[in-house]
Design a protein around this ligand. Sequence first.
Ligand code: EPS
Length: 388
Amino acid sequence: MRYLTAGESHGRCLTAILEGIPANLKLSKEFIDKELSRRQSGYGRGKRMEIEEDEVEILSGVRWGETLGSPITLLIRNKDWENWQPLMDPLTRPEGFKEEDKLTKPRPGHADLAGAIKYSQKDFRDVLERSSARETAARVGVGAVAKLLLKEFEMEVVSQVVEIGGVKAHTADLTMEKILKARDKSKLGCADKTAEKLMIEEIEKATKSGDSLGGIFEVIVINVPIGLGSHVHWDRKLDALLAQALMSIQAIKGVEIGLGFESARRPGSGVHDEIYYESKKGKFYRKTNRAGGIEGGITNGELVVVRAAMKPIPTLKIPLQSVDIVSKDTVKAAVERSDVCAVPAAAVVGEAVVAFEMAKAMREKFGGDSLTEMKRNYQSYIEYVRQI
Ligand code: EPS
């Protein structure tokens, strides 16, 4: 299973081609659109989200609402393209476009400078249009299809925002049901109401002072079978694949699986999850889940729990010091329209990339050209695990 995305932030559209989904999976446009709209929400987003109303068009790989096993093409139009058409035209430089109109003041923290030097560009727009987090809309589309496949196996991928601007949420004593209920009512995807209030205050402060804020989100996968991923080779370890997927989201600077960095500070007895056996259900289980559901690169049947840290968005209304790439003068960095805080959106993107990796791991383990064949293989494995 693999996918590609294409498209610039202010180009005509974003596209994704997803290959490896089995035939006969029911695809719901409503579900994909709902996921796209979840990504657009969250307190702290900028004006762009008032322009866009992301909606998927399914161009291939699906007939009468069911997948064919062939590559699936998803298209999301950029409404803002109308306003950017001459500047972002694929073929013709707009008349009257002058050298001074080029973006030459790189934003610290963005791909602007390194990208322009690497690709021999003198206009940062040639870099930022693709490095922009607008691209994540396409990944959320792909993730939504992956989620629909996982649902067939009663697996679910959810998330919660656990920290913004240094304010931590406390949800350890809540059940998953309560977390999701509270999260859905929250403007920040955060299940701790008290923390949410303080986070909003921090976002308001940052907005006023022309700054931006980062944070941490957690992605949880529910009802994971034992045995996804593998210990036998470095590039088959599921924790490594999840870390790469999360790290590839724009502005992510850190990933933790389970206890993560905290496990380096504790003795072994405070880190490893003791093993128990429930004879009635024929099931091995743990009373703790500090491993985040993965041991030796393989799922152990507990919830998969991963966290990602997002840095503050690099576009600051009161810009940082920079150097003009043409004149080499000391300048203030360029100011583009942007978000003050996009952690709630990143959490939705996190769900999507995790859903893709989990679906890929399921495809690798259970194969099958059709959903029926994949389910047959899954059932026979589950039966085998029960009988151990
Ligand atoms: C985004 C669209 C972008 C930004 C943001 C995310 O739209 P525009 O640049 O037109 O305002 O709001 O991207 C960035 C933070 C960035 O640095 O590029 C989106 O669809 O999520």
